[in-house]
Design a protein around this ligand. Sequence first.
Ligand SMILES: Cc1cc2nc3c(=O)[nH]c(=O)nc-3n(C[C@H](O)[C@H](O)[C@H](O)COP(=O)(O)OP(=O)(O)OC[C@H]3O[C@@H](n4cnc5c(N)ncnc54)[C@H](O)[C@@H]3O)c2cc1C
Length: 400
Amino acid sequence: MDLRSNEPYWLIKNAFLKSYPSLDKSISTDILVIGGGITGALIAHKLLQEGKDVVLVDKRVVCNGSSTASTGMLQYEIDVPLYNLIEQRGINCAVSSYRNCEKAIFEIKKIIDDIKSNCPFEFKKSIYFTPTRKGIKDIKEEFNARKKYGFKVSWLDKEALKKLGLDAYAGIESTSGAIVDPYKFAYDLLEYCSENGMQIYDRTEIQEIKNEGNQFTAKTQDEFSIQANHIIHCTGYESVNTLKDKNIVNLLSTYALASEVYTELPKGFKNHIYWDNSAPYYYFRTTSEGRIIIGGCDEKFKNAIKRDSLLSKKQNKLTKQFQKYFPDIHFKADYIWAGTFGETDDGLPYFGRPYPEINEHYILGFGGNGITYSVMARDAILHSLNHTNHPFLEDYSFGR
Ligand SMILES: Cc1cc2nc3c(=O)[nH]c(=O)nc-3n(C[C@H](O)[C@H](O)[C@H](O)COP(=O)(O)OP(=O)(O)OC[C@H]3O[C@@H](n4cnc5c(N)ncnc54)[C@H](O)[C@@H]3O)c2cc1C
């Protein structure tokens, strides 16, 4: 699967930070992690902290799948509004999902500090807004649900939004949001793991997995084998290649633009990130060197050729939308890129063993909260490995 167009902003900004060798012999380990994107990096780091014997492989150069295309906006708000999620999945699952995404944002900051990474990360307030008068009802309902379940939110009316430069009808301001460079974060985590003894292999594709009892043999494209007691698939949207049930995720195409650098960030962007309640939604964040990133304009197909052929059309559309929302801010794009994106019906991820008796585990942070979900999976994976209970393994199970 072609996960992204050629020039996502983070890759140009950071370039290739480090390459690992490909696997050139057969080896064995307790746990094989397949996939070196942000999910594999977060899981591998957790397993390292737990003193586990882990090998991580990626068929590309690590971090070059979806994680380099991600816009790295960290929000506790899930693609499905809280009041809708409560209807879909019940109060406990919905509120816990929102609450744990919020905790995950703070956990990311802690991990960055713990591994002494200089990866750009900034806390920001997040605004969820409606561009239409009709949408006020939806925003109000969401505001009431968040208030009721203890989230720190403020109501912003048209006037209050105007002071931030945003032309919209109503919004909810939350204090717990953040922005991160997802590519640098994943790279730094893997580098930390490597420096602390983990074996990491680039350009090592797992093409076949056989199991006898709970002893796995994973075969690479070069015919080497990795023996393991557990396999953790952190293979992102490409996991549909190995899962029997392909319908757990709806794959589509999404687009992002990064502006030229502003000498001084516009007022409304100094402390805030934004997303609207359109379907599909638009969202806006800044970068540490003073750019504004716009994301959205999703299309309901994943064909990469078709996706990339629309890049310049999407640049116009995203820019126009930004100018409509922020009429006083001049926006000129420096970079545009596209990526495959996956949505689930309830906006929630999948964690655990799809076939309960087999020690093949999946961590699939689908949706706009992919990064915070992967952080939440760090505790759940230990329970999946031990076959012990954890609420996330129920809430985000394959059979739900
Ligand atoms: C444009 C865009 C914007 C986004 N914005 C946000 C956002 O603002 N906030 C947010 O939280 N999320 C966002 N997301 C989602 C987020 O980027 C993803 O959830 C996250 O990057 C997924 O990480 P991953 O490690 O699971 O997948 P990937 O980064 O794709 O990593 C999976 C890795 O597995 C490897 N692999 C696959 N199969 C094999 C195999 N057989 N053998 C070996 N290796 C294999 C691949 O090469 C790949 O490197 C966005 C996504 C896109 C595309």
